[in-house]
Write a protein that binds this ligand. Structure first.
Ligand code: IPM
Ligand code: MG
Length: 363
């Protein structure tokens, strides 16, 4: 019997390259795990009309957690034309598999550590060490959108001000959703000896939804008197982060703001080649690099696997393999500090697999 069963989801494009690289490192660590391949990605949209098939969701229920590479989707261009002829005109609509996974499995925490490893010439400033807690299931991502205002909405006060042809998206924030993400941020701060949590919002404009978020935040903060609590508007936060990144330790925010601010933080510590995420629920989690499938680099073994390797480090921590996680992070830090093995984003010519082998050799 193996200790862990891990759903293995390379997905599309460079998702395959970085997952192959990560496997080298996990094998070197000799994690006692079975990696169970799972169907996910663009080809399943084209052939089945579903990029995240039910059998994959079922498999996730039987595994301990998942490691996910990347998926190609074509935004608003996703159309019926991509489907095999038998499926065309059957009303299939493309939905982002990662967003669905987060919602269906209630992976309410999107944990995005953004840490500048010493020696990384791509760091905006050394010593940046910010952890973003992004709410992962609601907010602007609930998927309630209308191409134009439905007639029945006009009965609601205030809606009559909207032009008939306005497209609208609903932002939903629940007290429960707000409470649990803020609590997760404070628990993390407490566990990792961080002395400050910053809640990010736009409460001066989004008066209802961000009032719910901030009420919950203040309530939770009161349970942690030893941790400093402050807050900022999302726009000001963008400026403050660039001005004084070292003033921030743990940021907690709603879904879309977290999407935006986590990219900003990631860029300050080397960009997408280093940015990793954990989508974490009460008893399941999906770890992934924050980057996409980069179709132009597909199969070229060019991109930096460190983001995915650090995602696997997060996975090890979550599984309770803290010692292995620490060793892995140490090996990554050492390779970065030496600066000899560098992928193209780091100004070098090493391949995805060479980077992984170099990290594995340090283990
Ligand atoms: C992310 C990505 C996704 C998101 C996209 C791919 C739907 O940007 O994980 O940050 O918006 O959440
Ligand atoms: Mg994003």
């Amino acid at each position: 019997m193996v200790k862990y069963r891990i759903a293995w989801m390379p997905g599309d494009g460079v998702g395959n390259d970085v997952m192959e690289a990560t496997k080298i490192v996990l094998d070197k660590l000799a994690l006692d795990a079975e990696y169970v391949p799972a169907d996910i990605g663009w080809e399943f949209w084209c052939n089945e009309g579903e990029p995240l098939p039910q059998r994959t969701l079922d498999l996730m229920k039987e595994t301990d957690c998942a490691l996910f590479g990347a998926i190609t989707s074509k935004g608003e261009d996703v159309s019926q034309k991509e489907l095999i002829p038998e499926l065309q005109g059957k009303g299939m609509t493309y939905r982002s598999p990662i967003v669905r996974m987060r919602q269906l499995l209630d992976l309410y925490i999107c944990l995005r550590p953004c840490k500048g490893y010493p020696g990384n010439t791509l760091n905006y400033k050394d010593d940046i060490d910010i952890v973003v807690f992004r709410e992962n299931t609601e907010g602007m991502y609930v998927g309630v959108e209308f191409a134009q205002v439905p007639d029945e909405f006009y009965a609601v006060k205030g809606v009559e001000k909207l032009a008939r042809d306005a497209a609208i998206s609903i932002r939903a924030i629940t007290p429960k959703g707000a409470e649990r993400i803020v609590r997760a941020a404070f628990e993390y701060a407490k566990k990792h000896g961080r002395s400050q949590v910053t809640a990010v919002h736009k409460a001066n404009v989004l008066r209802q939804t961000d009032a719910v978020f901030m009420d919950a935040a203040r309530k939770v903060a009161a349970d942690y008197p030893d941790i400093r609590f402050d807050d900022a508007n999302i726009d000001a936060m963008g400026m403050w982060l660039l001005k004084n990144p070292l003033n921030y330790q743990v940021i907690v925010t709603t879904n879309l703001f977290g999407d935006i601010i986590s990219d900003l933080c990631a860029q300050m510590v080397g960009g997408l080649g280093f940015a990793c995420s954990g989508n974490i629920g009460a008893d399941y989690a999906v770890f992934e690099p924050t980057h996409g499938s980069a179709p132009k680099y597909d199969g070229q073994y060019k991109v930096n696997p460190i983001a995915t390797i650090l995602a696997s480090k997060m996975m090890l921590d979550w599984l309770g393999e803290g010692e292995m996680a620490t060793r892995l992070e140490g090996a990554v830090a050492e390779i970065i500090a030496e600066g000899e093995v560098r992928t193209y984003d780091m100004g070098g010519t090493h391949t995805t697999l060479e980077m992984a082998q170099a990290i594995a050799a340090k283990l």
